[in-house]
Design a protein around this ligand. Structure first.
Ligand code: ZN
Length: 187
């Protein structure tokens, strides 16, 4: 909990007691940096979190629905329920602070899946991204394949060069060829 006076994150709870007839917890806190005191209230969030759609309309953000879609996409894949929950519920704070809109939630979900499992990523992509053509979808998958093949392709090229000992340009090129270090940097 950030100190509202100096924004340092090290604050201590001095006391904690029920408030509002048990509907809230009142906590008295002190900042370790500036030693000022402040009060926080913790209560259940009952009103829906709203997120803005591309059309401008607001709709309720439902992490459980997102979680269900992620479960379908990752079915029988090496992804844990914990990973999915951390991601879906991790978005709540950002929605609450209105830092992200509905489209951004979709983008975050895609990049989250892309990082953890290609198959789940493709499943989610095929269902929830609006592709205007089959070609665009295939292009997306092709690019994913290119990224996955990048490293093996580079080492194949290296093998091919090593198999030509009569070419003087390949001698101790490994350490000095700037082209090659660029390529491995991209991978
Ligand atoms: Zn402070």
């Amino acid at each position: 909990m950030k100190c509202p006076f100096c924004s340092k994150t090290e604050t201590r709870v001095l006391s904690s007691r029920p408030s509002d007839e048990g509907h809230a917890i009142r906590r008295r806190r002190e900042c370790d940096a500036c030693h000022r005191r402040f009060t926080t209230y913790e209560r259940a969030q009952l009103e829906a979190l709203m997120v803005r759609k591309r059309s401008g309309r607001l709709e309720a953000f439902q992490p459980d629905k997102l979680l269900e879609k992620l479960r379908v996409a990752t079915n029988k894949r090496p992804v844990t329920e914990k990973q999915l929950r951390e991601f879906a519920y991790g978005l709540e704070d950002e929605v609450h602070a209105a830092r992200i809109d509905a489209a951004e939630i979709g983008r975050r979900a895609l990049s989250f899946l892309q990082r953890i499992d290609d198959v789940a990523y493709i499943r989610f992509l095929s269902v929830y991204r609006d592709f205007d053509s089959v070609e665009r979808f295939i292009e997306e998958i092709r690019q994913l394949g290119d990224r996955a093949d990048h490293e093996p392709a580079a080492s194949k090229a290296r093998d091919a060069e090593e198999a030509r000992p009569d070419d003087p340009a390949t001698d101790d090129a490994d350490a000095t060829d700037p082209d090659r270090s660029d390529r491995s940097g991209d991978a």
